[in-house]
Design a protein around this ligand. Structure first.
Ligand SMILES: O=C(O)c1ccccc1NCC(=O)[C@H](O)[C@H](O)COP(=O)(O)O
Length: 271
């Protein structure tokens, strides 16, 4: 079994358990269920912003422990004050050490788009995302088929959220692309070997149709990586490990933002 199959196994059990404890009708009573979402797409494409989606990621299958005992309040506010355009919060507990509580804390302290980063395979999780304050959800092409993607996306849209569709190959792009995704993320991490390869992002970016917001995901380690990705057509940059490995994730994000802005300003100047 690969990592996604393992995650899918425990996710199904998790969803069944939570649905019993907190039925959808209960979720609909929660404060954030009625709140107006913020558009991830519009923050990412705002030229005055960096396009960075800064991630709260305590641990991962590829890295093990990254930074487990952070304060979500402190890191999320710090990220946004340091030039991030949006936040991504991992809510998976067994593999990533996250929780819906992390999502709610990030929501409580920030007015910006927040992506619920989890492994979605059931409509219940879409209701959960909304009820806990998410503005967007991630759908992983390697995990669910196109029909389920479309159904989950339709529900997300009905609840006012946006959808980031994640792909890792030409085949996934061909089989899953449709007009239901607001943004397409290309994941540079091979989920079998955990290796990241930015060349994959370069080879696939032109295959995403014009007009769809493109997000470079995983393995971005330096501001130069981000500038390179921006130059080849990406507008969003999902960064977790590089920031979270630092004892001060927000400072790491600030260094990226400043260097990206000055690299882009000097290129403008040369033109
Ligand atoms: O990060 C992992 O090890 C991982 C393993 C299995 C499935 C998903 C995984 N990561 C989720 C992500 O998509 C990343 O958190 C996100 O793209 C940020 O990547 P990075 O900047 O490399 O932490």
């Amino acid at each position: 079994m690969n990592i996604l199959q393992q995650i899918a196994e425990y996710k199904k059990a998790e969803v069944a358990e939570r649905q019993k404890l907190f039925p959808v009708e209960f979720l609909k009573q929660k404060l954030y269920y009625k709140s107006k979402p913020v558009s991830l797409k519009s923050y990412i494409t705002d030229a005055s912003k960096t396009g960075i989606i800064a991630e709260i990621k305590r641990k991962s299958p590829s890295e093990g422990s990254i930074n487990q005992h952070i304060s979500v309040e402190e890191v999320s506010i710090g990220y946004m004050q340091s030039g991030a355009s949006a936040l991504s919060v991992l809510t998976d507990e067994p593999s990533f050490g996250g929780s819906l509580k992390d999502l709610e804390i990030a929501r409580k302290f920030n007015y910006c788009p927040i992506l619920r980063k989890d492994f979605m395979l059931d409509p219940y999780q879409v209701y959960e995302a909304k009820a806990h304050g998410a503005d967007a959800i991630l759908l992983i092409a390697a995990m669910i088929d196109r029909t389920l993607c479309q159904d989950l996306a339709a529900l997300a849209h009905e609840l006012g959220m946006e959808v980031l569709l994640e792909v890792h190959s030409q085949e996934e792009l061909d089989s899953h692309l449709g007009n239901y995704a607001d943004l397409v993320g290309i994941n540079s991490r091979d989920l079998k070997s955990f290796e990241t390869d930015l060349n994959l992002l370069a080879s696939l970016v032109d295959q995403v149709p014009e007009g769809i917001v493109k997000v470079a995901e995983s393995g971005l380690k330096t501001p130069e990586d981000v500038v390179k990705m921006k130059e080849i057509g990406f507008q969003g940059f999902l960064i977790g490990t590089t920031f979270m490995k630092s004892s001060q994730p927000a400072k790491a994000c600030q260094r990226f933002s400043q260097q990206i802005k000055s690299a882009l300003a000097s290129k403008e100047f040369v033109k």
